[in-house]
Ligand binder design. Structure first.
Ligand SMILES: C[S@@+](CC[C@H](N)C(=O)[O-])C[C@H]1O[C@@H](n2cnc3c(N)ncnc32)[C@H](O)[C@@H]1O
Length: 233
């Protein structure tokens, strides 16, 4: 039995200003965001458009949460009110992004649904990811643009967000490197996991330390293991 998804239920009954989402995103949102619902959190969404998704986050997260919507379109200012703040600016402008982080951070949840150009996605990730809470969650969507020439995409093309994220998946494993040119960095130390889905990547943050391995139990291939036990079978 699939578990009930409050976001999908909300979307199916919704009749307010437009929300534009791929249907399979709802399962991904709820899988990663459910742990943030019980207490007030700070949410940042890039890409306000008609204001509908902000309504959905208002409905989904705790009433005392703070929701920040960012868009380049001045008309989006009209969606400010209640627990929603609107910032108008270009998500590729690093100065604007640093101002956002200083004014509204640290963010617990980030939904990146802005212009979907490679430079915008990478700048927003690089400036906002370090400005998140220690166990925050950064979700970036519509990554199919990494394969669309009109957005700077193409299979294995240098500079796409997908290629950028593949490199970060190496960085997640840098604890195990034997190479001087591949070392633990801030991303390695602050990222618990990365999740790749169709068109979406989710980064789960966490304070990480060098992984440890320990052995328990006896050696199945050595009869005289020093503890007087015979291996099973
Ligand atoms: C896909 S829509 C957002 C949809 C909305 N989140 C929803 O779910 O209904 C993308 C939005 O990104 C905005 N946008 C495009 N380029 C941008 C940029 N450089 N900086 C900030 N916002 C941008 C557009 O104005 C547009 O409103």
């Amino acid at each position: 039995m699939p578990r009930p998804n409050p976001l999908l239920r909300f979307f199916r009954q919704y009749e307010g200003p437009r929300i534009h989402k791929w249907i399979h995103y709802f399962e991904i949102y709820h899988r990663h965001f459910a742990r943030f619902r019980d207490e007030p959190v700070t949410i940042l969404e890039f890409g306000v458009n008609q204001g509908g998704s902000l309504r959905m986050w208002q409905h989904y997260f705790h009433d005392d949460s703070k929701i920040v919507g960012v868009d380049i379109d001045e008309r989006c200012r009209q969606f400010e009110g209640g627990n929603v703040s609107i910032e108008i600016g270009d998500q590729e402008d690093r100065e604007f992004l640093r101002m956002l982080a200083e004014k509204h951070g640290p963010f617990d949840v980030v939904i990146e649904d802005g212009g979907h150009q490679m430079g915008q996605q990478i700048a927003s990730f690089e400036e906002i990811y370090p400005a998140m809470s220690e166990d925050g969650c950064f979700l970036i969507e519509d990554l199919h643009t990494s394969y669309w020439p009109g957005y700077g995409g193409g299979l294995l093309r240098e500079g796409t967000f997908i290629e950028y994220a593949k490199r970060l998946s190496d960085q997640l494993n840098a604890w195990h490197s034997k190479q001087d040119d591949f070392v633990v960095d801030r991303f390695t130390e602050t990222t618990r996991s990365m999740h790749f889905y169709d068109s979406v990547i989710v980064f789960e943050r966490g304070a990480m330390t060098k992984p440890r391995a320990r052995k328990r139990g006896y050696d199945s291939f050595n009869v005289n293991d020093g503890q007087g036990r015979e291996p099973a079978g």
